[in-house]
Design a protein around this ligand. Structure first.
Ligand code: HEC
Ligand code: HEC
Length: 328
């Protein structure tokens, strides 16, 4: 009996050593077990925000999502309020104040937390998740728990999630839409081809050096946000990961693209994402990045920093191909 157990353990180790993410392991730690109902993607009517203390907080949360830099950016009038390290707004990625489908919208998000987070290998709540973007996408510091700003983000996300039951739902439009995973398994992204895509489809707004175009005046944010450089997201951000960036770009960029009417092909989105995130493009470091994904068993495939469960190089994790990394 004992022998059998030993053998099966050895087999399990052998199988999992060739893949980065052990999906069974992920399932064991997640909130599976809720039966998620299918729910239609629905943005609540803004005119119905109630005229009371709750409504005021919801409105402030929306305002913070749209004009983040004005209240908590590095140029904010009150130095004590300078929590984010760059002049981006949440809306620069969570488009249309967090309501555009397939741009990681906040619609339904409240109901998805608490949630297992492989990056921290723990069950995190919505506050932790907002502070994840504060420390990575915004290259800044966590907002104090219970601060007016944190409560406002929570209230706004709560309001955008009305009608969605606790435990979340299967909802088309939530998160990001994936570029063809067969393609990413077969070939590495080509940043040289991506540079051409960049020049044709991106540079007119984001600039030849990815610097974007800043609005005039302090704490006024960007007309076109930067894609790299000192005022961009840092190396711990989701957008620094190739597949996440490709997924975002395909359904959202160039500005005007949607999931239903994309402008780039999957291949172009994959290549331009690799170009955008090249190491030769300066980007701030994330403090303590090495403590991300403390358990390699559940480490995301496109994290460009080892150690990994598999034997593929950091370069392969950064650019693909992901055939030996992502298991079906
Ligand atoms: C540079 C781009 C970027 C910026 C700026 C940004 N985020 Fe994010 N955010 C992301 C990405 C990418 C994800 C992950 C999406 C996914 O995996 O589906 C995410 C996820 C989230 C989630 C979880 C969404 C869900 O439904 O699970 C929340 C909440 C969030 N961000 C809040 C914020 C807030 C608040 C701000 C501003 C203070 C902000 N983000 C700024 C890129 C960004
Ligand atoms: C017509 C102008 C325009 C073009 C062209 C364009 N973008 Fe954008 N992009 C924007 C604007 C504006 C935002 C911020 C959206 C908002 O705040 O509503 C943005 C946001 C982004 C973001 C998230 C925010 C950040 O700064 O990291 C990424 C990534 C991005 N664009 C990549 C691209 C790529 C790649 C291309 C080319 C395939 C491209 N964009 C083409 C205008 C443009």
């Amino acid at each position: 009996m004992r022998k059998v157990v030993l053998i099966s353990t050895a087999v399990a180790v052998c199988v999992s050593s060739v893949i980065a993410v052990d999906l069974k392991e992920l399932a064991k730690r997640s909130d599976k077990g809720f039966k998620k109902p299918e729910i239609e993607y629905k943005i609540p009517d803004e005119s119905k925000i109630p005229n009371n203390a709750y409504g005021e907080l919801v409105k402030y949360g929306k305002e913070l999502t749209v004009n983040t830099y004005k209240y908590i950016g590095p140029e904010a009038a009150d130095p004590k309020m300078r929590y984010s390290g760059n002049n981006l707004s949440c809306q620069n990625c969570h488009l249309d104040a967090g309501t555009k489908a397939y741009s990681a919208p906040f619609v339904g998000t409240f109901a998805e937390f608490p949630q297992y987070r492989p990056r921290e290998d723990t069950i995190g709540n919505l506050t932790d998740r907002v502070n994840g973007c504060m420390q990575r996408s915004m290259n800044g510091y966590p907002l104090p728990v219970g601060s007016k700003e944190m409560r406002a983000f929570e209230a706004y996300i709560h309001w955008l999630s009305q009608g969605v039951p606790v435990g979340g739902s299967k909802m088309e439009g939530r998160g990001l839409a994936k570029v063809d995973r067969k393609m990413v398994k077969q070939r590495a992204a080509d940043p040289k081809a991506g540079e051409k895509v960049y020049q044709t489809h991106c540079a007119s707004c984001h600039g030849d050096s990815g610097q974007g175009l800043k609005n005039e005046g302090l704490a006024s944010g960007y007309m076109y946000p930067p894609l790299w450089g000192p005022d961009s997201y840092n190396k711990g951000a989701g957008m620094f990961r190739l597949l996440k960036a490709a997924d975002f770009i395909k359904s959202n960029m160039p500005l005007g693209a949607t999931h239903e009417a994309p402008i780039l092909t999957d291949a172009e989105a994959y290549d331009v994402a690799a170009f955008m995130n090249l190491d030769s493009h300066y980007r701030p470091e994330k403090i303590n990045r090495s403590s991300d994904f403390p358990d390699v068993k559940v480490k995301a495939a496109d994290v460009p920093k080892g150690p990994y469960l598999d034997t593929e190089s950091e370069t392969t994790h950064k650019f693909g191909p992901y055939g030996k990394i992502i298991k079906n």
